[in-house]
Write a protein that binds this ligand. Structure first.
Ligand SMILES: [Fe+2]
Ligand SMILES: [Fe+2]
Ligand SMILES: [Fe+2]
Length: 417
């Protein structure tokens, strides 16, 4: 199978930028921490490899933090010690082979230095990289976006210096102070896209095969789904269903794996939606409803930054389009809606109506078939795809259930972490 040459940083940034879209207070947080951690590593004369790695880890350091409130809290005050979200983030990263070696950087990124005791945690070595990300993170949370950045430098440095030795490694504090003498560092940091200001050479370009892409998108899907117990297994079910339907409509083996990837990513844009809207138990008001509906637009925009994902992008982000042209938000119609996008739409509806949610049971086979057929009649779903699904209903349904059971187990193990 052909390798896909991909810029790993770009791919990961697409994920963390999605997480930072949720609030203006988080805007660019991952990019900023990525930028500053890299500059600190450079200042500390770490090796090129270490600089690259710290950059990657810093760009995704908070991926284990799923709720909007938790993210905002982390910006306001630091929870001292070892943190759940850091542990969860590390576990997520461990599942993806090319990133496994970085998991400890993420696991300990809130561990205080504690006059040297922070070089170990429960008998394990804590890498210096964690402590660098820790300091970079705290610096970025101290920036007030409403004030001039240069005028804030003395205050930020004195705040960080208060933690010298207790929270932060003294030599990393010194590196920050030295680095701060050049104002451009701070101006880069608050720019539109700080990471674009870094030397191009640090981007990690990898040749991934499609199975790696499947793994990384499965990692993404956990972050998407685990934000809410309402959706904790949704993408897993959609992905498997879409892959199976793709096989049945005659897609190649490679295309079927792409469909799996698209299924994992179809709700990526939900990362941009606030938790209180995602989880609102009562009826949504007009604004909230429109906010939720915008998720496929964000899925499209986020995936658009990865050129190799062109097809995956359309399969993933057109899942609320309808053949009649009455879908949203692009109103793609008739033959312009590809078979892949039609497969995804059917997989999404099927999973949504058959899966159990905390507030309701999934539909029975008869009810589900009825809904699917009525959506064919109204011009929402593709007839051939729905017929194939209904002909293989039990097999696909148990495939979906199995997959969702696995995701549920993992979700529960994260909750108990
Ligand atoms: Fe964090
Ligand atoms: Fe952070
Ligand atoms: Fe959706």
């Amino acid at each position: 199978m052909d390798k896909i040459i991909i810029n790993l940083n770009e791919l990961l940034l697409c994920l963390s930028n999605a997480q930072d879209l949720v609030s203006p207070l988080l805007r660019n947080h991952h990019e900023q921490v990525g930028y500053l951690a890299f500059r600190l590593a450079e200042q500390l004369k770490l090796s090129n490899k270490q600089q690259k790695n710290i950059f990657i880890a810093a760009q995704i350091h908070d991926i284990g933090s799923f709720s909007t409130d938790e993210r905002l809290e982390l910006i306001e005050t630091e929870p001292i010690g070892v943190n759940n979200h850091a542990f969860i983030g590390a576990r997520i990263v461990e599942d993806f082979r090319p990133l496994r070696q970085l998991s400890n950087f993420i696991r300990y990124h809130h561990l205080p230095w504690n006059d040297g005791k922070g070089s170990m945690y429960m008998g394990n070595d804590v890498p210096l990289e964690s402590h660098i990300i820790h300091l970079a993170d705290r610096v970025c949370t101290k920036i007030d976006i409403h004030k001039n950045i240069i005028s804030q430098i003395p205050f930020i440095l004195s705040e960080i210096d208060k933690g010298r030795g207790t929270l932060f490694v003294p030599k990393v504090v010194d590196a920050l102070i030295a680095l701060s003498k050049t104002e451009y560092i701070w101006l880069d940091l608050i720019s539109q896209s700080p990471v674009k200001k870094l030397p191009k050479g640090i981007y990690e370009v990898l040749a991934l095969d499609i199975d790696d892409i499947v793994d990384i998108s499965s990692m993404f899907s956990k972050i998407i789904d685990f934000r809410s117990r309402y959706t904790s297994r949704h993408s897993a079910g959609v992905a498997k269903t879409a892959q199976r339907l793709a096989e049945l409509v005659g897609f190649s083996k490679y295309e079927c794996k792409m469909m799996l990837v698209a299924g994992y990513l179809h709700d990526l844009g939900k990362l941009a939606i606030r938790n209180d809207v995602l989880e609102k138990p009562s009826k949504l008001d007009e604004d909230e409803f429109n906010e939720i509906r915008s998720h496929t637009y964000y899925t499209y925009q986020l995936l658009d930054s990865i050129p190799q994902f062109d097809t995956i992008k359309t399969w993933a982000s057109y899942h609320h389009e309808k053949i009649s042209g009455n879908g949203y938000p692009f109103h793609i119609k008739d033959n312009n809606l590809s078979l892949g996008a039609r497969v995804m739409a059917v997989a999404d509806v099927f999973t949504a109506i058959t899966e159990d949610r905390p507030y309701r049971k999934g539909m029975s086979v008869e009810q589900a078939k009825e809904v699917l057929h009525s959506m064919v009649d109204s011009g929402a779903l593709d007839k051939r795809v729905v017929d194939i699904l209904c002909d293989n209903f039990d097999a696909i349904n148990s495939l979906r259930k199995n997959e969702q059971k696995k995701a549920q187990k993992l979700y529960e193990s994260f909750l108990s972490e």
